[in-house]
Design a binder for this molecule. Structure first.
Ligand code: HEC
Ligand code: HEC
Length: 163
């Protein structure tokens, strides 16, 4: 390889690498939600659907939800008392208005932390981010429900919600 060509290749590589680092950094800052790290929470809240990131809801929503697991969106998700306490403590500690703040801040825009919905999919910011998703996509057999995040966000388990 002649020197000018080699130089060109090297600088192209540098540019490519630079962009890669940059887009990852952006993903981290705006569309990254730290996934559930507690194995008990993962086990108990990840069996029927994705174990939703605690930073996606404020503490008050998690508390209300954990207070009525028997009527959990039409399902019975009851836990024994010690397990429920452990799960609840984890969700509350990492909620959007506690330790999860730097992840969940944007998603909570426009709602009061004390009076937020129980569903992530009812947060105004969530609805806004998904307004362009056509009706047929929600009804698609591989999606079926808005709560099925992983159908569209293949990296949701690891906390990334880029398309
Ligand atoms: C027995 C099955 C089951 C278990 C266990 C379960 N869930 Fe759910 N969860 C559901 C169903 C069903 C829905 C409603 C899904 C839908 O709308 O399609 C739901 C919905 C949710 C939603 C709202 C999703 C949205 O629309 O934004 C949250 C948040 C949630 N669950 C958290 C939890 C937490 C926290 C736990 C652990 C304590 C848990 N779930 C355990 C069945 C379960
Ligand atoms: C039917 C597919 C679909 C489902 C299901 C879905 N999303 Fe999305 N989501 C999208 C699309 C498409 C975008 C990008 C919208 C845009 O860029 O205009 C998006 C954007 C987002 C964003 C903003 C990041 C970005 O790239 O703009 C977040 C955060 C997000 N979704 C979280 C969730 C969560 C949490 C769930 C489950 C409770 C979920 N999504 C379910 C399709 C989906």
């Amino acid at each position: 390889m002649k020197t000018p060509t080699r130089l060109l290749v090297i600088s192209l590589l540098a540019i490519a690498f630079g962009t890669l680092v940059l887009s990852r950094a952006q993903a981290r800052s705006s569309h990254y939600f730290r996934p559930v790290a507690d194995p008990v929470v993962k086990e108990e809240c990840g069996g029927c659907h994705l174990a939703f990131a605690p930073s996606m809801l404020p503490a008050s929503s998690w508390q209300r939800m954990m207070g009525n697991l028997k009527n959990h969106f039409g399902d019975d998700a009851s836990l024994d008392a010690p397990t429920a306490t452990r799960v609840s403590d984890y969700l509350v500690a990492n909620a959007a208005d506690n330790a999860g703040q730097r992840y969940g801040d944007k998603l909570l825009r426009g709602v009061s932390a004390k009076n937020a919905p129980l569903r992530i999919t009812e947060l105004p910011k969530w609805i806004k981010e998904h307004r362009k998703v056509p009706d047929w996509e929600w009804k698609h057999k591989d999606v079926r429900t808005r709560a099925n995040c992983t159908a569209c966000h293949v990296d949701a388990e690891t906390g990334y919600y880029d398309e």
